[in-house]
Design a protein around this ligand. Structure first.
Ligand code: FE2
Length: 203
């Protein structure tokens, strides 16, 4: 279970609305490398992770990603608050507005809706951990792309924080991969793979 703490992991105080920026940042809510995808990926994978400590790490990072999703949603919300109809039309925000008003709905920057196909939960520890390492790098790239095109300091600061967390997560998953390889080797995992060859490939 979770306990909710009523504060953001990093504060969001955006003074000026900017629907153009909201349209870009929303990709880290519902885009392929966004925080919704990250949290669902880790919180799904943890059940089938054979090494207990790595399952615990997935719960920790998955939980933190939920907190990151909350930061992104707060940013999108503040960037689209109290818009006039004229601002909505001039900013090219009307297609989103007619479907969702200014409510939060997970989609990528290009308008593609969120889908669970954006992440994988494979039940193979090595496969899942490699997916996670790649996911953290992809998320870092998206934050760097956002930081290249967004210049408002009160929007950039939370983005910088979120980018730094992706780097930490990548490092943690790197350690988890090494730990998993060692533990699986202890259990004769490579012998198991040889058994797989014998059973399914050399018939
Ligand atoms: Fe992350």
């Amino acid at each position: 279970m979770w306990c909710y703490e009523k504060r953001l992991q990093y504060p969001v105080k955006i003074a000026k609305t900017c629907p153009q920026t909201a349209k870009l940042i929303i990709t880290q809510y519902g885009g392929p490398d966004g925080e919704l995808s990250a949290s669902m990926r880790y919180l799904a994978q943890r059940y089938s992770m054979p090494v207990k400590a790595v399952g615990g790490l997935l719960t920790d990072i998955g939980t933190e990603e939920l907190g990151h999703m909350e930061i992104i949603c707060a940013m999108v919300y503040q960037l689209t608050k109290n818009l006039s109809e004229e601002e909505i039309v001039n900013a090219g925000f009307a297609p989103y507005y007619v479907d969702h008003t200014t409510a939060l709905w997970p989609q990528a920057a290009a308008g593609v809706p969120f889908t669970s196909l954006e992440f994988q939960s494979k039940g193979d520890a090595l496969t899942d951990l490699h997916e996670n390492l790649a996911a953290e790098q992809k998320a870092r790239t998206v934050y760097e792309n956002l930081l290249r095109v967004i210049h408002e300091p009160d929007v950039r600061e939370p983005l910088k924080f979120l980018r730094a967390r992706e780097v930490v997560h990548f490092q943690r998953f790197g350690e988890a991969l090494e730990m998993t390889k060692e533990k699986l080797d202890e259990k004769n995992f490579y012998y198991f793979n040889a058994e797989f060859d014998k059973q399914f490939l050399k018939k």
